[in-house]
Ligand binder design. Structure first.
Ligand code: ATP
Ligand code: MG
Length: 405
């Protein structure tokens, strides 16, 4: 047997619970896995019995494969395994062959020196294989004990749990179950447009929605020349990091300055932030509809800042005209930061470039706005021409899926 695992068993997470839709979810997951592996020449992935089997040439490094597949939403766990073809063998011969491989596996474990006790777990999905699971485990365990004298059996807390799995003419041996992100395969839950600011929250919001199977497109508002070009670069960097999980992401960036200037000229300063946020929603909705996104996504978080009090969110929401997802709404900031660190966006998010919201920032923003007051201020603005002006500045780029962090 080879040092290298010749197959990776990929378990589908929640997709396994989807009843009649199960084949659909598994097909979508398979498609995603194939797509993240497409530049690894010679990899093959196929679906069998609710599992996905990935075969790779030895040129593909184990860590690279696991990292890529591990980032695919819908993957519950991955086990690097040895696959043994027992199709043409009788049951006794097959068990002998698998036992030999198991002994070889344990020899390698012994060389690492970290394990002293072991247990063999046996599964028999293929009932044509007539020897029952407890018997398989005991026969293989016995062979290991006789050959690898350093090991003892511990059925409760083994240092090494060796799995053997018999299914459809093949046997598999593996030790690890490396956890994936779970969730649902991308593309199984429509497409959403995330309002991506460059801060900590909105990338996490995009990640969480993608984790539930939603494809992501993004919109970013800047206030050039008040906001630096580097702030836009930062948003592109963040989008690049998100592609590791979300695949390619289109990002539409535009200049909101005309809106901000007119609000500053014609409306009370304390309403500034709220009026700007309502315009962001209105414009994002247009972009969403043009790009087949059925909902907006924001990183809003209840009570975090003045524009995110319950009252302010209600007033902002009224401008959207389409469902707005706020996956962070009830999270604590420490947990949002923790997630941002885990997914790799935190360090980029905290780079100190000015955001368009900090331009014209009022000294005393409203925390309990009244919709009537906001609407009467809004009536003083040339909405149609402002929106036209902002949309005329759109620049769209695609962040291509990139390799891992
Ligand atoms: P974040 O950490 O995502 O920047 P925040 O805590 O700074 O959020 P706000 O500035 O009130 O909060 O923004 C709330 C949400 O509005 C953001 O999470 C984002 O979805 C959206 N948003 C804010 N500014 C912009 C922007 N310049 N471009 C696009 N969306 C924005
Ligand atoms: Mg912000």
């Amino acid at each position: 047997m080879n040092e290298y695992p010749n197959v990776y068993i990929v378990r589908c997470g929640e997709t396994a619970l989807k009843g009649q839709n199960k084949p659909y979810f598994e097909r979508m997951l398979l498609q995603r896995i194939r797509s993240v592996l497409k530049d690894f020449n010679g990899c093959q992935a196929e679906r069998l019995d609710g599992l996905i089997f990935v075969r790779t040439p030895e040129t593909v490094k184990r860590e690279d494969l696991i990292r890529r597949v591990g980032h695919v939403f819908g993957v519950d766990s991955i086990s690097p395994a040895w696959e043994i073809d027992i199709q043409d063998m009788g049951d006794e011969e097959a068990l002998e062959c698998v036992s030999l491989a198991a002994v070889e596996w344990m020899d390698k474990v012994a060389k690492k020196g970290s394990a002293v006790t072991f247990k063999v777990d046996a599964k028999r999905a293929d009932k044509r294989f007539s020897i029952q699971s407890p018997q398989i485990a005991s026969i293989i365990g016995g062979k290991i004990l006789r050959s690898c004298k350093a090991f003892k059996v511990d059925v409760h807390h083994p240092d090494c749990l060796l799995h053997t799995d018999f299914r459809r003419g093949f046997a598999y041996i593996y030790e690890e179950k490396i956890a994936g992100y779970g969730g649902l395969p991308l593309g199984t839950n429509g497409k959403g447009l995330v309002l991506l600011s460059g801060g900590i929250d909105s990338p996490v919001a995009a990640f969480l929605m993608a984790h539930r199977g939603m494809l992501i497109e993004a919109v970013h508002f800047h206030s050039f020349p008040y906001t630096p070009q580097r702030a836009w670069e930062k948003v592109k960097d963040l989008t690049g990091i998100l592609t590791v999980y979300c695949g390619g992401i289109r990002i539409h960036s535009m200049n909101l300055l005309p809106v901000q200037e007119q609000i500053a000229e014609r409306c009370p300063p304390e309403q500034m932030t709220l009026l700007v946020r309502r315009y962001m929603m209105k414009i994002a909705r247009i972009i969403a509809e043009e790009n087949e996104c059925s909902m907006l996504i924001t990183g809003e978080n209840l009570g975090q800042v003045a524009s995110q009090t319950a009252e302010a969110i209600v007033v902002t929401d009224r401008a959207a005209g389409m469902p707005v997802m706020r996956p962070l709404i009830a999270m604590d900031k420490v947990d949002i930061i923790e997630t941002a660190k885990q997914i790799g966006t935190f360090e980029t998010s905290i780079l100190p470039y000015e955001d368009c919201c900090s331009v014209f920032l009022p000294k005393h923003p409203l925390t309990k706005p009244k919709l009537e007051d906001i609407l009467s201020s809004e009536a003083k603005l040339d909405e149609e021409s402002l929106i036209r002006l902002v949309l005329a500045s759109v620049e769209t780029v695609t962040a291509e899926p990139r390799d891992e962090l």
